[in-house]
Structure formats: structure tokens, C-alpha cells
Design a protein around this ligand. Structure first.
Ligand SMILES: Nc1ncnc2c1ncn2[C@@H]1O[C@H](COP(=O)(O)OP(=O)(O)O[C@H]2O[C@H](CO)[C@@H](O)[C@H](O)[C@H]2O)[C@@H](O)[C@H]1O
Length: 640
């Protein structure tokens, strides 16, 4: 157990020394690159931290300002270059002449002190200020194919606002399309490093944008530049995804060491949040490549599982590509169950990146409590339930928040009219506008049901397909927005021509339309087979759109089935959950919702309002994340 001390009423991890003090020079050859830390660098860092906290000036104008020798910051930056001229490290030198040394612990304490106002009231938002590094394949608005992008685009901003120093590392995807301009503000840091994997030294470079208090860091490599989405194109998943995400992980591990963001680097004492399998090598690299050489001994890793169904499984022979020591093979070793093998001679030997992350991460989080239990069961564990059960003591679940400024019916720029819990009148205008836009009969009284999501097995799309002929016999309208499996895309188009007056299928990924459907529908259907958290039901409730969902994972945790008899007849609940996952139970729940909408207007309004009044802010989730961060630093790190 790491010792803790109470300072100013706050719990601070106490390390005997600053990490930087014992890292003047590191065994560079062992790590494959060089970087420098100086005692004076630490002092320089402090200067900047205080400037930020005090809000006295913009201390975060990036590398270029530092390179220009901004004397106000008291910094100069020396770049270390290898024989090819590539920058391989930096040395920050304070020009203040003050040689006093303070440790990162002192920084945290100082920050806490400055968050007490003149009257002594506590303004402090966090107990310990951490250096946090998100590693993710997606971060909205730069890249998004689903909920992972939403989470990694929002949570970092909230954590930064609460006083942490936060970096998000993701690929610099360029698709040769107008959307590429989203990266225009990310400046080339002119930092090229070589990482050892896939049989050689692979070069990556870094781009950086400082926005909303967060260092958005984009890893650049030609393999991220191609049409499609982050994972594939119309021909399917990219064949080199293992290469692309291995690079991401190696680069993300280097980023805190080599990038002088805003003038000083994050250093070794940081917390990595590795999101899903794409970032799964991060905890493995910390344990296998860095800690044995004394680096990142004070760092911790947190694996965040948004979706256990995707694990990054490759044939065992591909292990050598990861750039990991051979003796760590066991951490990633994976054997397919007999039934999943392809032929009689198939031994099922494979490597599984997510499994390696589950083994080596210091803590594991999922995006709802319900899902954190489900993944320890045979049904929900996708072959990893036993391993996950064995790590139950470090496994937690925290429900996602949502970006309440982007998803706000009283100010949403994408919708036809605005409304709020105090004045719902604009909602029907949104409905009529949606019907008009979709070419459906404009019938404000006709129940309008919506679905938004990826068209795949997880989302229960097969169940919808099966139920639609029955549903279309009722007096309802149904609109679906989604892309994914071409079979279901084709089915949506065909269904639209069969039920011209009742059904619309919008094939594609379109954020403004998703807002209009969320606002304009009365009911949102989510028959997900499994759902780690689910965001659409949260958006729906915030927009007074009543969710009808399969009772699983985060859906079960967030949607409370309507009970008209509770609360002395005033009723309680925010929607309907149904179980089992069958056409019959889904249709029964939908029909109950439709009947309530038609015949019990007051009850319906109660359901809408209770949903709209829920607290969905990321603040709520961030406080729970901080608790888990604290636990991560109390325990010793994983060393194998
Ligand atoms: N065609 C389309 N057009 C526009 N927008 C679209 C769209 N299809 C989907 N979206 C948007 O993408 C996001 C999907 O988020 P979800 O949480 O529902 O699912 P996803 O399965 O991707 O995420 C995984 O990670 C998240 C985050 O942790 C978990 O909530 C979830 O359960 C887990 O499966 C929402 O913002 C939704 O509006």
C-alpha cells in the first residue's frame, strides 16, 4: 500500500520524492529513444501550473510559444535531436534563477490551497489533481462512430474543468474529405519519434490542439490517412488495424514523456485511461516495457470497457508485432473454445489485446454497474468472464454522462422549435417538422416511434426487422436512422417503400438528423441485445422522448419502468423496460407505451417530465471517476 497523508484536509498520495528528481537521465537505449528531465524543468512546471490555476494569463499557447522563448513564462526549451535531425526529447530550463525544487505533491497541495476563496469556503473541485491521459480510437468532434467518441469528447473536458491536467491521445484520421478541416487547429508539434513494433522502428509524429482546457493530441502516421471511418470502409474493417492501434498505444505511452504541451510535459506520474481494445496495449506496455526499467513506476492504468464484444483478437503468430518482450506472451495468450475453431487442426491459439489489458490494468471500469456485473457472467463475458471475475476487486461501473449543452432541447440548433420541462409546447412543433422533413403524413396525434444506432447484432436490429410487419398494423409511425450491416440498410430501404405512410429508414450517419429524431419522436425504441451504457436513451429522456428498452446493462440502470400506482397515484418511472428479448415482449411494451400516450395524457406528461428532470451531467460521473482514480493510486501498480 502506498502511504497517504492528509494535507489541508485533503487526501494526497505521498511519494518519497518527486518522480522527476530521480530521472535526470534514463536508460535511453533500453527505451529506444531519449528524453531529458531536469530539476529546473520541474520548477518551470510549477510556474505554469500556478498561472493556470490562478487564471492570470494564458499559459497554454503551446510549443511554438515556448520555442519562441516567451520569457514571461521563465522557460526555454532545448530540443534533443538524433543523428537524422528528428526531435527525440526536450529539456525545459527555468530562466527565473530560482532553484527551489517542489514536488508534484506540492503542486497538488498548492492547487488545493488556491481553490479556497476569501471567505474560506471550499471552492476545490477535486481532492487530488492528476495528470490524466485518455487513449482512445475516437474522440468527438474529431472522430466519432458511436458512444466511445461521445465519452472521450466530453469526460476529459469535465475532468479538466475540475482541476486535472488532461490529455487525450487519438489518431489523426484524414479521410480526404471536407470534414478533415476539424483538425485545422491542431498544430504540428514537430516531434517525431520511432517506436519499435511490427519488425522495425515505426515513425509517428504528434499534432496538438489546446481546447476547453484539454490537450488534444493526435498521433500521425500515413496509416491513419484514408477514406472511410476510423475502423474500415465499405469493404469492411481495415486489414492493418492491429498495426494502426499498436502504433497508437506506443505513441500514447511516449506522449507524456516527450511532449512539452504548453511548455512542460506531463511526466511519469500520470493516470492512463485506456478505452476499449484499441488502447488495450497501454497497460501491457506499462507493465512489460516501462516499469521493468524504472519508468512509469508511479503511473497507474485504468481500462475502460465500453464494449466487451470487440477484443482485438489476432492469430498467435502476430504476437511478435506488438513490440512486447517475448516473455509477456502469456498476458495476451488466448485460446478459442473448441466450438469456435475453424477446422480440425485449428488449435485455437490466438492473442487477445483486451485480455492483456484486463490482466495488466491497475483498475477496470465499465460504463454502468449493471454491465460490470454482466461481463462476469457466461452470457455477457464473451469468453472473458472468468478472468473478469478474478479481477472483481478492481472492477467498477459508472454510468456515462452526456454533453448537456449539445443535447439541450431549449437551445439545440438542429431542431425546429425549442422547449423545456416548464414549457413542452415546442415538442409537437419538432414532431410536425420531422414528419414534414421525412415526407410522412403530418399527424401530431399519431405516436411517432424512433430508433437511432448502428445496424448490428448488438442493437437488436434483427428483432425490429421481425416485429415491423406487426407494428405496421397499428396506427403508428416509425423512423429509423442508422448505418452498418448492408443487409439491414437494404431492409430499411425496402421497408420504406412497403409502408410509405408509416415508415422511414434513413441510412447513414447524420448527427443533426439524430437530434431531430430525438426531439420529434414520442417514443425511442432500444431493443439492444446487450448495452454497456447506451447514450440514446439518455438523450431521449432529456428531450421528453420516452424510452422503451430491453432490460439489460446500462438500459436497465437508467430507465425506470412506469408504474401508474406509485407515489399515491401520481406514478413513477421514465419509460418501459422489457424482458425477455423477444418480439412479443417488445411489441407488448411498445403497445403499452402507445396506449398510455393516447389514453392517459397526464401520465404521459409525468413520464416525460421525470425523464427531463434527471441529472445527466458528466459532473456526476466525473466525481465517481475521481473516486476510482484515488483507489488506483492507493494500490500498488501491476508489475507482473
Ligand atoms: N446513424 C447515426 N447518425 C448519427 N448519430 C448516430 C448514428 N448512430 C449512432 N449515433 C450516435 O452514436 C452514439 C451511440 O452511442 P451508444 O452509447 O448508443 O452506442 P455505442 O454502441 O456506439 O457505444 C458503446 O460505448 C458507449 C459509450 O460508453 C456505450 O454507451 C454503449 O453502450 C456502447 O455500446 C450516440 O451519440 C448516437 O446518437
Amino acid at each position: 500500500m502506498q502511504s497517504l497523508r492528509i494535507t489541508q484536509g485533503r487526501l494526497c498520495p505521498s511519494s518519497p520524492k518527486s518522480v522527476n528528481t530521480h530521472l535526470s537521465f534514463l536508460p535511453i537505449a533500453q527505451l529506444g529513444f531519449a528524453y531529458l528531465f531536469g530539476e529546473r524543468c520541474k520548477k518551470a512546471s510549477l510556474t505554469l501550473v500556478r498561472t493556470e490555476v490562478g487564471g492570470l494569463g494564458n499559459s497554454r499557447d503551446g510549443l511554438s510559444e515556448v520555442q519562441n522563448g516567451n520569457e514571461e513564462k521563465g522557460l526555454i526549451l532545448g530540443a534533443e535531436r538524433d543523428e537524422t535531425g528528428s526531435v527525440i526529447g526536450f529539456n525545459l530550463i527555468s530562466q527565473s534563477g530560482d532553484d527551489g525544487i517542489e514536488s508534484p505533491d506540492d503542486v497538488a497541495i498548492d492547487m488545493a490551497e488556491e481553490t479556497v476563496d476569501a471567505e474560506g469556503r471550499e471552492k476545490a473541485q477535486t481532492r487530488v489533481n492528476l495528470n490524466i491521459v485518455f487513449v482512445t480510437a475516437e474522440a468527438a468532434p474529431y472522430s466519432k462512430t458511436g458512444g466511445l467518441g461521445d465519452v472521450c469528447g466530453s469526460l476529459p473536458i469535465v475532468l479538466a474543468a475540475r482541476g486535472h491536467r488532461v490529455m487525450v491521445v487519438s489518431p489523426r484520421y484524414l479521410h480526404s474529405c471536407p470534414e478533415d478541416k476539424i483538425f485545422d487547429n491542431a498544430l504540428d508539434l514537430d516531434c517525431h519519434i520511432k517506436v519499435q513494433c511490427f519488425g522495425g522502428a515505426q515513425e509517428v509524429s504528434f499534432f496538438h490542439e489546446y481546447r476547453e482546457g484539454v490537450d488534444w493530441v493526435f498521433v500521425d502516421n500515413p496509416s491513419y490517412h484514408r477514406p472511410g471511418n476510423p475502423y474500415g470502409d465499405s469493404h469492411g474493417a481495415f486489414g492493418d488495424n492491429q498495426f494502426r492501434f499498436t502504433l497508437l498505444c506506443h505513441a500514447a505511452c511516449e506522449a507524456p514523456l516527450v511532449l512539452p504541451l504548453g511548455g512542460y510535459n506531463y511526466g511519469e506520474k500520470c493516470l492512463f485511461l485506456a478505452n476499449d481494445w484499441h488502447a488495450g496495449l497501454v497497460p501491457v506496455l506499462l507493465a512489460a516495457k516501462y516499469r521493468p526499467h524504472g519508468v512509469y513506476k508511479d503511473a497507474r492504468s485504468l481500462l475502460v470497457i465500453h464494449n466487451l464484444a470487440h477484443q482485438g483478437v489476432e492469430p498467435a503468430v502476430k504476437y511478435k508485432n506488438f513490440g512486447l518482450p517475448p516473455e509477456w506472451y502469456g498476458a495476451l495468450e488466448w485460446v478459442f473454445p473448441t466450438w469456435a475453431r475453424t477446422h480440425a487442426l485449428d488449435t485455437g491459439e490466438a492473442v487477445n489485446v483486451l485480455k492483456g489489458a484486463i490482466v495488466t490494468a491497475d483498475r477496470i471500469l465499465t460504463v454502468s454497474k449493471g454491465y460490470s456485473w454482466e461481463i462476469t457472467t457466461v452470457e455477457g463475458g464473451y469468453g472473458l468472464h472468468e478472468l473478469l471475475s478474478s479481477r472483481r476487486s478492481v472492477l467498477d461501473g459508472i454510468i456515462n454522462g452526456i454533453d448537456v449543452s449539445e443535447w439541450d432541447p431549449s437551445s439545440d440548433e438542429h431542431i425546429a422549435d425549442h422547449y423545456s420541462v416548464d414549457d413542452l409546447s415546442g415538442k409537437v412543433q419538432c414532431k410536425i417538422a420531422l414528419q414534414k422533413e421525412l415526407g410522412l403524413p403530418m399527424r401530431p396525434d399519431c405516436p411517432l416511434i424512433g430508433f437511432i444506432g448502428r445496424l448490428d447484432y448488438q442493437k437488436g436490429i434483427d428483432l425490429i426487422r421481425w416485429a415491423v410487419p406487426d407494428l405496421m398494423e397499428d396506427d403508428v409511425q416509425f423512423v429509423m436512422l442508422g448505418s452498418g450491416d448492408p443487409l439491414y440498410e437494404e431492409w430499411m430501404r425496402a421497408t420504406e417503400s412497403t409502408y410509405r405512410d408509416k415508415f422511414r429508414g434513413w441510412v447513414g450517419f447524420n448527427v443533426p438528423i439524430s437530434h431531430r429524431i430525438t426531439a420529434g419522436c414520442d417514443i425511442l425504441l432500444m431493443p439492444s441485445r446487450f448495452e454497456p451504457c447506451g447514450l440514446n436513451q439518455l438523450y431521449a429522456m432529456r428531450y421528453g422522448t420516452v424510452p422503451v428498452v430491453h432490460c439489460t446493462g446500462g438500459l436497465r440502470d437508467t430507465v425506470q419502468t412506469f408504474n401508474p400506482y406509485a407515489e399515491e397515484g401520481f406514478g413513477e418511472g421514465t419509460g418501459w423496460t422489457f424482458s425477455p428479448l423477444s418480439k412479443e415482449s417488445m411489441l407488448a411494451a411498445l403497445r403499452l407505451a402507445v396506449k398510455t400516450y393516447r389514453d392517459h395524457k397526464l401520465s404521459w406528461e409525468g413520464i416525460m417530465k421525470r425523464g427531463m428532470e434527471r441529472d445527466y451531467t458528466w459532473e456526476n460521473a466525473a466525481i465517481q471517476y475521481e473516486e476510482v482514480f484515488e483507489w488506483a493510486f492507493i494500490d500498488q501498480p501491476y508489475v507482473g
